[in-house]
Design a protein around this ligand. Structure first.
Ligand code: H53
Length: 755
């Protein structure tokens, strides 16, 4: 294939002009067209059995580079552009990032789609097409402001299938319109991401400059936003409308597929597997049963088949994130499901007399309970997480169905998180160990023998330096912030949540700031970078963002402190940003309260790009720790058993720590100091201070002291650059286990069993 000629011809046919005269936007659009054509011609992956990965989120990121890479034409396009004095990165700036996800859950789904197609397994993603996405984060007066994120443009990766599926709500009927995107694997074969939408949705009902809209008119608002505000009842009901819309259209589409293959619905479980991603799509279980019964199966047959078709992944132990809906909501939104859910609850009661495993409790429907009873598999997403599910959180279910429980430690696609975002490091690895690791990631282990080699150490440090400079340029362009590539880049990027303890990071930065003010001269300058969106109704999370932004400005204004310390909060943290931040990081902050982070996946991306983890023994950090050994990671904090016992005994009180430790007291009180209040909002800072001093539900203070010490150790270790580079190489060498190709192969061997 002659890429230059293809691009040249497209330029003529699309714009009637020579390629050399095209603007970046024109080049982006012609590449979009060429890539879509190539994908349209790629063979669909088919088989006798098919997976549907159903999820509220698919955080797919920009697609141009990735699709070019998987089509095998990335280098050609890069070279044609280079001949014109342009880079792919410049061209990709034009592409809007689809706003179809929030955090780890959605990004995992996107990595999985890439690996499913790469392993040539027949499996499609099923989700919703949110017009305005989650939200676009803006900082105003040092606070988060939410704006609509209109990511859909006239020309995009979306295709219109022309297909519609009727969805019957209690009070109205609508038509789900199926859109699709091709998902191309690394071997050039494809699956699809299937996204339902509603034609009557009207973006104009959203107020300008906010994400407020009339939540009552479902026909106009159904697919406007991912996770519409649920602080009131109409908002919560809107979420149920979205969920039923997704599963009803999804289940109809699946049955249509089954019929098109002339597969027997009575044996649907021979041909179909549905992976339920968290509890948002759980209603697919009763909906599938209902539709199978409409197609002639008895209740018993439909239940038995559905239990064999569905598999459930649990992504959190936080009760707040497990969907529970009052039965009157379902009565109103999808009344046809209630008799089935009641039947399922009765069957559950027959299987177990423990009231805690019932589906309906006090008129509340517990989706996770329904998932576990009526699917064939329940998996956690990291070893420690699955153990906690079995031993504590879901222990009653584990006793009932030990054979259903299994672990699938998460993974990430190396195509996006190494090859596309860090071509320099990819090239270096290939120069040392060949390119076999691109197909079999465990081959990265061969890098270990280079860890102590001073020449190799120099080379990886030079690559890190280049990525730090690239990040500096990116942040300057995107946000007008200047950062110093000579400093340590110490980065925490993830959803904002108290359990992830961005507030503990903040308190530790306050400590460093105060020490510098008191005359301490750090050996290395540090740039502490945060990136996080807070759920619009999560007040305390927004207070934490405010405190970070205030502290950032406070330090920047201080002539002395700013020589050694800078705090940056990136605005609107998204996949595009992550692809720049992660390759540039020296330190990967993974500091959740032990037991609370189910897995985490940024921890894997950071290590693959040569950052060293500073973290707790939580989620997949435990497995990283095990793989790299004590010498290549900085671990601190209380362990998960201790944390779980504190919750059981309700004996953790921040007041105890504050009374004993005057330094901690001082750091926390700094939040409401005159300096902070001079730049910040007293109410917001006061609320955060009050919470940490009286409640601290996620125990930021329990680990603060050990965190600060460990962070200092990490900074000291950085000063010995050879030793540091050795740690970097050891981390890269151990990252092979975390390829999502490995995760998907395990899902397939143990749950999906696709050919
Ligand atoms: O899912 C990730 C985990 C991570 C967990 C995250 C997650 C969400 O992003 C959203 C909702 C939810 O219940 C869980 O927090 O630990 O790595 C993928 O499994």
């Amino acid at each position: 294939m002659n890429m230059e000629k293809m691009m040249q011809d497209k330029a003529v046919s699309m714009y009637g002009s020579d390629l050399s005269n095209c603007s970046n936007e024109q080049i982006y659009l012609l590449l979009l067209d060429i890539t879509k054509d190539l994908m349209a011609n790629a063979p669909l992956i088919e088989g006798d059995r098919k997976l549907y990965y159903i999820s509220a989120e698919f955080l797919i990121g920009k697609l141009l580079s990735n699709n070019l890479l998987n089509l095998g034409v990335y280098d050609q396009v890069r070279d044609v552009l280079a001949g014109m004095g342009k880079t792919l990165a410049e061209i990709e700036e034009i592409e809007p990032e689809p706003s179809l996800g929030n955090g780890g859950l959605g990004r995992l789904a996107a990595c999985f789609l890439d690996s499913i197609a790469t392993l040539e397994l027949p499996g499609d993603g099923v989700g919703l097409n949110y017009h305005l996405g989650l939200f676009h984060q803006k900082f105003e007066n040092r606070k988060q402001k939410e704006l609509p994120d209109p990511w859909m443009t006239a020309q995009s990766w979306l295709n219109d299938t022309g297909k519609y599926y009727p969805v019957h709500f209690g009070n109205m009927d609508v038509e789900a319109h199926l859109k699709s995107m091709d998902v191309i694997g690394y071997t050039g074969k494809k699956n699809q991401l299937l996204l339902f939408d509603l034609d009557t949705v009207t973006e104009a009902i959203v107020e300008s400059d906010s994400i407020n809209f009339d939540k009552n008119d479902v026909k106009e608002n159904l697919t406007l936003f991912l996770y519409p505000d649920d602080s009131d009842e109409v908002g919560r009901k809107l979420r149920v409308y979205q969920q039923y819309f997704l599963v009803s259209a999804g289940a109809q589409m699946i049955l249509e597929d089954v019929k098109a293959h002339s597969w027997d619905l009575k044996n649907i479980s021979d041909h179909v597997v549905i992976q339920i991603n968290d509890t948002h799509p759980s209603m697919v279980i009763p909906e599938l049963i209902r539709l199978l019964m409409e197609n002639g199966l008895s209740l018993e047959e439909a239940v038995a088949q559905t239990e064999k078709v569905c598999a459930y992944t649990n992504h959190t132990i936080l009760a707040e994130a497990l969907e529970k809906w009052p039965s009157h909501f379902i009565e109103q939104v999808a009344p046809q499901l209630m008799p089935i859910i009641r039947e399922l609850d009765a069957i559950a009661a027959k299987r177990d007399d423990n009231p805690k495993t019932r589906i309906i409790q006090n008129d509340i429907i517990h989706m996770a309970n329904m998932d576990i009873h009526f699917s064939k598999s329940t998996n956690g997403v990291a070893k420690i997480h699955t153990d906690i599910l079995k031993d504590t959180e879901l222990h009653d279910f584990y006793r009932l169905y030990p054979e259903k429980f299994n672990n699938k430690t998460n993974g990430i696609t190396f195509r996006r998180w190494l090859q596309a975002c860090n071509p320099q490091l990819t090239k270096w690895i290939i120069s040392k160990i060949g390119d076999g690791f691109l197909k079999d990631s465990i081959e990265l282990e061969a890098l270990k023998k280079y860890a102590a080699d001073p020449e190799c150490q120099k080379e990886v440090l030079a690559i890190k330096r280049e990525k730090k400079e690239e990040l500096a340029v990116f942040l300057k362009n995107r946000q007008g912030v200047e950062i110093d590539p000579n400093s340590i880049f110490d980065i925490q990027v993830k959803r904002l949540h108290e359990y992830k303890r961005q507030q503990m990071n903040l308190l530790s930065v306050i400590n460093l700031y105060q020490e510098i003010k008191n005359g301490y001269v750090p050996e290395e300058k540090v740039t502490v970078i945060f990136g996080a969106k807070a759920a619009p109704a999560y007040i305390l999370a927004k207070d934490i963002i405010h405190a970070i932004l205030v502290l950032s400005d406070l330090i920047a204004k201080d002539e002395v402190a700013s020589k050694y310390l800078q705090v940056v909060m990136v605005e609107n943290y998204d996949v595009t940003c992550a692809e720049k931040l992660i390759p540039a990081a020296d330190i990967s902050e993974q500091i959740s309260l032990a037991s609370k982070e189910a897995s985490g996946t940024s921890n894997m991306k950071f290590m693959l790009n040569g950052a060293v983890t500073l973290g707790t023994d939580d989620g997949a950090n435990v497995e990283i720790h095990h793989l790299v050994g004590d010498d290549n990671i900085f671990i601190f904090g209380v362990d998960s058993d201790t944390v779980i016992k504190h919750y059981e005994k309700a004996d953790y009180h921040p007041q105890d720590i504050l009374a004993q430790d005057s330094k901690v007291r001082e750091l926390v009180d700094f939040l409401v100091s005159e300096e902070m209040i001079a730049l910040g909002d007293q109410t917001s800072l006061g609320r955060l201070h009050h919470d940490i001093t009286t409640k601290d539900w996620f125990m930021a203070l329990i680990d603060l002291e050990s965190y600060m010490n460990c962070r200092k150790e990490a900074y000291a270790a950085y000063a010995d650059q050879n030793r540091w580079a050795q740690m970097m190489i050891n981390n890269i060498a151990a990252a092979g286990f975390f390829s999502s190709d490995r995760t998907i192969a395990q899902y397939n061997e143990e749950i999906w069993k696709l050919k």
